[in-house]
Design a protein around this ligand. Structure first.
Ligand code: ZN
Length: 435
């Protein structure tokens, strides 16, 4: 796959995530807030489940974390994946309010406060690593280690006035002059250094003298004014926090990818114990992947039950060409996950088929750039709104995994048609390493 196409796919995936965030911000009604909270809680649960089942460290987890800021916020509540029947000690709303309050309290200077998105992404990683529930994490701990240290000094301004009052007295040629002088000092507190989670800012001040006069009256002042403000990248607070939480390079990489998709410049210029991030798209090249493609994985599960090859057909016993990839449901805690499994469009494109196809049951075909079409077969149902000629974005839920058509069990049949020929899907979508 050409790197131009790869880069385009990356850009599309990023744009999609960004778009979702924008959409989210617009929708910031109460409903959306609840959905965010639930989405985050569920992502935590999901990560746990997936990590437990597969021990994955790669793209799938990244995908899920990425979706904290994206589609799954809507998908999870929509499919009823989140249910609070276990009676959580905190509701997502309460937790969200706690995050907001803790961040507000971390500094009176808003520009140095740790960003909520970053804090929550770190906590999501912790939930994954430490196998905790979302509400078992105290937002205050993380925030207090990322909060800014502000140094201030007292600077004294000096003021001086001289006023001449003249009184004319009858019989006297010259006026009587009365001179009054006064001077006073004003102390003020100014920031000299702010050590925030991602930078150190230093401020220097100089004295400015000014005087003015009108007639014989004079006023003078010597006031401290800002001379220079220097901002230097410094992620030592951030590094120390992650070190304390025992983050590995892999954890960090996932965190960075997540952050980058949602807020591209948050970690630009990072040069710390986990490496360096120069900005731009280079970091994306490091995705663990056995496929050379970078289109997103079409479902939560990565359990491939049949690859792209010739095999014995389970119906006929004949040697059969399997022209795609079969992906079964995930296994969670040793059991088949029987929740509805959403199927995602792997890249932007136009729907060319949405309905019953012989053999494939309920199927969706999406045509992408450069003559490539993706095929999603055996769907239980096709999402409403997914219809022929519809333009859809990468990550859009197009249906639910099922077993319609010629199928021996619930799975997704995922195929890639290039110039009318079936091609190996792993050239187009990324599979987590270690599988
Ligand atoms: Zn198949």
């Amino acid at each position: 796959m050409s790197s131009a196409v790869t880069n385009k796919a990356k850009a599309l995936a990023k744009n999609y995530a960004k778009k979702q965030i924008r959409k989210l911000l617009i929708k910031l009604g109460k409903k959306a807030l609840i959905a965010i909270g639930k989405g985050i809680a569920l992502v935590g649960k999901m990560l746990l489940a997936v990590a437990g089942a597969f021990g994955l460290k790669g793209f799938l987890i990244l995908l899920i974390i990425v979706f904290v800021g994206g589609a799954l916020m809507y998908v999870f509540p929509f499919f009823g994946w989140f249910s609070s029947k276990s009676g959580s000690p905190k509701t997502p709303d309460q937790l969200r309010a706690e995050y907001e309050a803790a961040i507000m309290n971390s500094s009176e200077y808003a520009e140095y406060r740790p960003p909520q998105m970053l804090v929550q992404f770190i906590d999501n990683q912790r939930i994954l690593k430490e196998k905790k529930k979302l509400w078992e994490i105290d937002p205050n701990k993380l925030i207090s280690s990322l909060k800014p240290d502000i140094e201030m000094e007292t600077f004294t301004d000096h003021y001086y006035t001289r006023t001449v009052t003249r009184t004319y007295v009858e019989g006297e040629n010259e006026p009587r002059e009365e001179v009054s002088e006064s001077s006073w000092d004003v102390d003020k507190q100014l920031i000299t250094k702010a050590h925030a989670w991602n930078r150190i800012e230093t401020f220097t001040y100089r004295q400015e003298f000014s005087s003015s006069s009108s007639g014989d009256d004079t006023s003078e002042s010597t006031v401290w004014v800002l001379d220079n403000r220097i901002s230097e990248t410094d992620f030592s607070k951030f590094d120390n926090t992650l070190k304390r939480l025992k983050f590995t390079h892999q954890d960090f990489k996932l965190l960075v990818d997540t952050v980058r998709v949602n807020k591209a410049n948050y970690l630009d210029g990072y040069e710390g114990i986990y490496g360096s991030i120069t900005g731009g798209d280079d970091w994306w090249g490091d995705h663990p992947s056995t496929g050379s493609g970078n289109w997103i994985w079409p479902t939560i599960s990565t359990r491939i039950t049949s690859g792209f090859y010739k095999r014995v057909d389970p119906f006929t016993g004949q040697i059969d060409f399997h022209n795609g990839l079969d992906i079964g449901r995930p296994i969670v805690d040793g059991k088949m996950d029987d929740r509805p499994q959403p199927i995602f469009a792997v890249a932007d494109g136009e729907v060319t088929v949405a309905g019953e196809v012989s053999g494939y049951g309920n199927a969706v075909y999406i045509r992408h750039d450069s003559g490539v079409t993706t095929v999603y077969g055996h769907l239980k149902s096709i999402e409403s709104g997914i219809s022929v000629r519809k333009q859809i974005k990468a990550g859009t839920v197009i249906g639910i995994m099922g077993s319609t058509g010629r199928s021996t069990g619930i799975h997704l049949h995922f195929g890639v048609l290039k110039d009318g020929q079936y091609d190996n899907p792993l050239k187009y979508i990324s599979l987590p390493s270690g599988r």
